[in-house]
Design a protein around this ligand. Structure first.
Ligand code: HEC
Length: 221
C-alpha cells in the first residue's frame, strides 16, 4: 500500500465525523434533567437520572422488573421505556403527574435501540429518497464481532467496502450491488484483534469508481 493512499483514507475518516444517531449528552440527558432529576437525581426509588453512567447502572429491584432499567438494543425490554409509556407493568407512568411528549419518548426508544451509546457515533441523516451517495456510518459501534455499515444510493450501483487497520493495511474488501435507498452491509471482524478499524465505501458512479466516504469503527473483544 502506498503511503499517500493511506493518508487520503485517514483524512476522509476524519472529515466524515458527522452525527446521525441520537446523542445522549445533547438529546437524552436534557430530557431526564428537566423531567426526572427533581425526584431521581440521587437514585431515589432505585432509578438515577443524573448522568449517563448513573442511568446505565440503575437496576430495578427484584420485586419490580428485576433487571437494569436500560437494556442496550432492546427498548421493549427496558424498564425505563415501560415506565415512560402508558400503563407500566409496575407503579405509575413517569414522570409522576405528567408525561413526556411522543417525540421525547421516541428519542429515548431510538437511543436504546441504537445501542444506548454514551455519545452518538455518527450523525448523518437518513433520507427516504436519497439524491446523493452517502455513507451513514456503522451500527453498533463499538462492536464484537459484527457491525453493519449503512449507506444510501440514489440509483442502483456497484459498491465496494474496504477495511483497513489504523496502519493502512487492507484486511478485507467486500463488493456488491446496492439498490436505491438505504443499504446495509454486515461486517464480521471475529478473526481480528481488538482495535480501531477504518472502512471506506466506494461506488461506481457515472462509470468511475468514487470514494463515497469512510469512517472509524472500534472492535472490542
Ligand atoms: C415527582 C417525582 C418523580 C418524578 C418527576 C419522576 N419520578 Fe420516577 N419514580 C417516582 C416514584 C415515587 C417512583 C416509585 C413508584 C413508581 O414506580 O410508580 C418512581 C419510579 C421510577 C422508576 C422505576 C424504578 C423501579 O425499577 O422500580 C423509573 C424507571 C422511573 N421512576 C423513571 C423516571 C423517569 C424516566 C422520569 C422522568 C421522565 C421520572 N421517573 C420522573 C417519582 C418520580
Amino acid at each position: 500500500m502506498k503511503k499517500s493512499y493511506f493518508i487520503v483514507v485517514f483524512l476522509l475518516g476524519v472529515s466524515t465525523q458527522i452525527l446521525a444517531q441520537v446523542d445522549y449528552p445533547s438529546q437524552i440527558q436534557p430530557i431526564l434533567t428537566s423531567n426526572c432529576n427533581s425526584c431521581h437525581s440521587q437514585g431515589q426509588n432505585s432509578f438515577n437520572s443524573s448522568s449517563y453512567d448513573a442511568v446505565m447502572a440503575s437496576v430495578s429491584p427484584a420485586n419490580r422488573y428485576d433487571k437494569n432499567h436500560v437494556i442496550a438494543g432492546d427498548p421493549d425490554g427496558s424498564p425505563l421505556v415501560d415506565k415512560i409509556e402508558p400503563d407500566p407493568d409496575h407503579g405509575n407512568r413517569m414522570p409522576t403527574g405528567g408525561s413526556l411528549s411522543n417525540n421525547e419518548i421516541s428519542l429515548i426508544r431510538t437511543w436504546i435501540e441504537e445501542g444506548a451509546n454514551a455519545v452518538a457515533t455518527n450523525n448523518e441523516i437518513e433520507e427516504e429518497n436519497p439524491t446523493e451517495f452517502k455513507l451513514l456510518g456503522n451500527y453498533p459501534n463499538p462492536f464484537n464481532p459484527g457491525t453493519n455499515i449503512r449507506f444510501q444510493v440514489p440509483e442502483a450501483a456497484q459498491y465496494s467496502i474496504s477495511i483497513y487497520t489504523v496502519h493502512g493495511q487492507l484486511i478485507s474488501e467486500q463488493v456488491g450491488r446496492a439498490s436505491i435507498g438505504t443499504n446495509t452491509v454486515a461486517i464480521d471482524l471475529g478473526n481480528r484483534p481488538t482495535g480501531v478499524y477504518i472502512y471506506q465505501l466506494r461506488a461506481r458512479v457515472n462509470g468511475t469508481n468514487q470514494v463515497i466516504g469512510s469512517g472509524n469503527m472500534t472492535l472490542i473483544k
